[in-house]
Design a protein around this ligand. Structure first.
Ligand SMILES: Nc1nc2c(ncn2[C@@H]2O[C@H](COP(=O)(O)OP(=O)(O)OP(=O)(O)O)[C@@H](O)[C@H]2O)c(=O)[nH]1
Length: 279
């Protein structure tokens, strides 16, 4: 598919389809040998680079033809893919050989799967930190690094390499992830998300999140594609669990600072224990 977006939206909006077929997920095959050339293509104003769009909408990315490219180029490309799409899981492949489970039963648009997707992200991040450099050439899974808001440049690659990447920035389409503990004011967060989706429908490609709402015992989970937003109460927060909000947005020209600022304004200030006067 050139641009996956209209097809994705069709699965939600076309009544004759929704009762019969379900969109499981978007799998993007990246040709490691030629991808950079396509990602770098400069398009006329208003025309999107389709290679970037295909990565931005993906739930799974197969980084293929790894036998034809050196490790530093692969790392630089992985880093670039993650800047665009922090949500997708990436596997390195030769001749597209990959376990079926990786590409089927993805559930990329199931709101019920948001928590496990997000938890997997967090688990992958910590495992990436632990095994920062155990590359298995045959089936390498690039785990997500914990680089919230990938706006700034840095010297190390996602696996902790010490070499400098030849960074090419894709300022247009990128990911923003927000993670923080604390509870959100229901009314404020409802307004914030509602306005964000309404005002940026064209530019917000995909979003997923788990929210902790003040006074609500269950998680609030959501996922969306452009203006199509799907949210529901999830499982109850466990007593022994920290209530953490985690959101990932993928979009074009996102005003990341403004989005974060508005999000943090929705947090309910932590209660202060007022010392009681005695005597
Ligand atoms: N060395 C190597 N060759 C590969 C790999 N995967 C595919 N090829 C070969 O690359 C050649 C072109 O295949 P693809 O890139 O899949 O071609 P395609 O996607 O059908 O063509 P386009 O849609 O025009 O990009 C074929 O000869 C494949 O056998 C790989 O992982 N390593």
């Amino acid at each position: 598919l050139a641009n996956p977006s209209p097809i994705i939206q069709t699965f939600y909006m076309e009544e004759s389809l929704v009762d019969h077929v379900k969109l499981d997920g978007v799998v993007t095959l990246v040709d490691a040998k030629h991808a950079s050339q396509h990602l770098n293509e400069v398009k006329p104003d208003g025309v999107v680079n389709e290679a970037i769009e295909q990565i931005a909408y993906a739930d799974r990315i197969l980084l293929n033809k790894i036998d034809l490219v050196g490790e530093p180029e692969l790392d630089a490309l992985s880093y670039r893919l993650k800047r665009i799409n922090e949500m997708a899981r990436i596997k390195r492949t030769k001749f597209g050989v990959v376990d079926m489970e990786f590409v089927l039963g993805v559930g990329g648009f199931d709101v019920e799967r948001v928590v496990s997707d997000i938890t997997q992200l967090a688990a992958a991040e910590s495992s990436a930190k632990e095994h920062s450099h155990d590359h298995d050439e045959h089936s390498h899974e690039d785990d997500h690094h914990h680089e919230h808001d990938h706006e700034h440049s840095h010297d190390k690659g996602e696996t902790g390499h010490d070499h400098k990447h030849d960074h090419v920035h894709d300022p247009c389409v990128s990911s923003l992830s927000i993670e923080c503990d604390g509870n959100l004011d229901l009314e404020k967060v409802d307004d914030w998300l509602g306005n964000l989706v309404e005002e940026n429908a064209d530019d917000l490609y995909r979003m997923k999140g788990v929210l902790s709402i003040e006074g609500v015992e269950t998680q609030f989970i959501f996922q969306g594609v452009h203006a199509l937003f799907d949210g529901m109460n999830g499982r109850p927060w466990r007593k022994d669990e920290k209530r953490i909000n985690k959101i990932v947005f993928i979009g074009k020209d996102l005003d990341k600072e403004a989005i974060k600022k508005r999000f943090f304004e929705c947090l309910v200030p932590a209660k202060q224990t007022v010392p009681t006067a005695r005597g």
